[in-house]
Unconditional design. Structure first.
Length: 405
């Protein structure tokens, strides 16, 4: 019998964070190995809890969650999101211009599907969060990558971004605070990027899902405030800041001049209606999540678990004969690099496989984030600091063996 052929649209689509290495890790676990997994930013898997009052808000509204809801999400939750965005300086955000989805993941796809014609180009960071590339390709678009190099603190260059613009460019994606690098962008850079978008009529797409996860007193600047009247789509959610990945709740808000983005807003609404609505139950958690002060700050402040985990990673890199790293200023990851002078011929995929097979540690190779010939690896800061210290001892063992070969 003929085999069932999958769509050729998937030919260039990758998501290695849950890819072949993860499948191999599952095989090793099934065979009795104890694998330390550092591949997914999933707080609940590392002992973090969703704040109890979010859980209680859901439990108290189970009876109200049995019918389909509005395609854009619960009105009270959208009002809370709109108020948060306006308080941050985003212009003209109201309930009509907020969409709640099953995680930011669903909305990344929706935002690009509502925008792109075949062959349109989207400016994406390299490294990127790979769903952005995947969703661009699946919706007929072409990724064009601007670099966020370690040499520049993983901060992009606005001139380089502008040089990539062609008549086909439609949108500019910014991930801030950044996954995988942990970079948090200064306001001056955002101003230059907004100017590029304004000159070339690009839609700004700001993935700000890590907006409250910040270290060492660094400040987060929302892009929408800088964008002013220029249309900007800002993304946020419960998964990271509120440690509720499994609830699958994310949102987008559309700021700036209404007239310029009215047709786009209507396209988003049509696509949202086609999938009826997001999970209603979990949306009740949005209201207390945004109305109360975020509790993540106790974890990122000195003495807090994420702060100490980040310190364990920075200490591990400092003690290494092979690694360097740009200290992450935000988000849940570090993106260390194997120095060219230490191991000239380094293959990040081969390294990650050896680290898994020889030392039972699962990380994500840097090239999984759409960086050619990457010398990086990404690991999450979510494990206990003591476990991260153990991980760096094991990484050093593998690097020592590779350097000696
Ligand atoms: N955007 C970024 C930058 C992410 O790192 C993630 C998840 O890791 C997402 C979006 C998707 O988040 P969710 O679908 O859980 O809201």
């Amino acid at each position: 019998m003929a085999s069932i052929k999958p769509s050729t649209h998937l030919a260039d689509v990758r998501y290695e964070i849950r890819g072949a290495l993860t499948r191999r890790a599952r095989e090793l676990e099934a065979a009795g190995h104890d694998i330390i997994k550092l591949n997914i930013g999933n707080p609940g898997r590392y002992g973090f809890e969703t704040p109890p009052h979010l859980r209680e808000a859901i439990a108290g509204h189970l009876r109200d969650s049995e019918a389909y809801g509005h395609e854009q999400g619960l009105e009270a939750a959208r009002e809370t999101i709109a108020a948060q965005q306006r308080a941050r300086g985003a212009r003209h955000v109201d309930v009509e211009r907020v969409f709640i989805g099953n995680g930011v993941s669903e909305l990344i796809d929706l935002s690009l599907r509502a925008l792109l014609q075949p062959g349109d180009e989207v400016l994406l960071p390299s490294p990127d969060y790979p769903l952005w590339s995947a969703a661009t390709i699946l919706n007929g678009g072409k990724p064009r990558y601007y670099r966020c190099l370690a040499e520049n603190g993983h901060v992009p260059d606005a001139d380089e971004i502008e040089a990539l613009v062609t008549p086909r460019t439609r949108a500019l994606v910014l991930i801030n605070p950044n996954n995988p690098t942990g970079a948090v962008y200064p306001r001056a850079l955002l101003e230059r990027i907004v100017a590029v978008a304004a000159r070339h009529n690009l839609l700004l797409l700001a993935d700000e899902i890590y907006d409250e996860i910040l270290y060492d007193g660094v400040a987060f600047q929302p892009l929408a405030e800088v964008a002013g009247e220029l249309p900007c789509v800002s993304f946020g959610g419960l998964s990271k800041v509120h440690r509720a990945c499994g609830y699958r709740v994310g949102w987008l808000s559309l700021s700036g001049n209404h007239a310029r983005s009215a047709d786009y807003r209507d396209a988003l609404q049509l696509l949202a209606a086609l999938r009826l609505c997001a999970n209603v139950t979990a949306q009740w958690a949005v209201i207390p999540a945004l109305q109360d002060a975020p509790t993540i700050t106790t974890l990122t402040a000195p003495g807090g678990r994420l702060h100490e985990a980040r310190k364990a990673v920075l200490d591990g890199v400092a003690a290494s004969a092979y690694l360097d790293v740009v200290s992450p200023a935000g988000a849940l990851y570090a993106f260390p690099r194997v120095r060219a002078d230490a191991i000239p011929a380094f293959d990040d995929n081969a390294f990650a496989l050896r680290l898994l097979e020889e030392e039972s540690v699962l990380v994500v190779p840097g090239s999984s984030f759409n960086v050619p010939a990457s010398r990086h690896l990404r690991l999450t800061l979510l494990p206990q600091p003591a476990q991260l210290r153990e991980v760096f001892a094991r990484i050093e063992q593998v690097l020592m063996r590779m350097a000696a070969e």
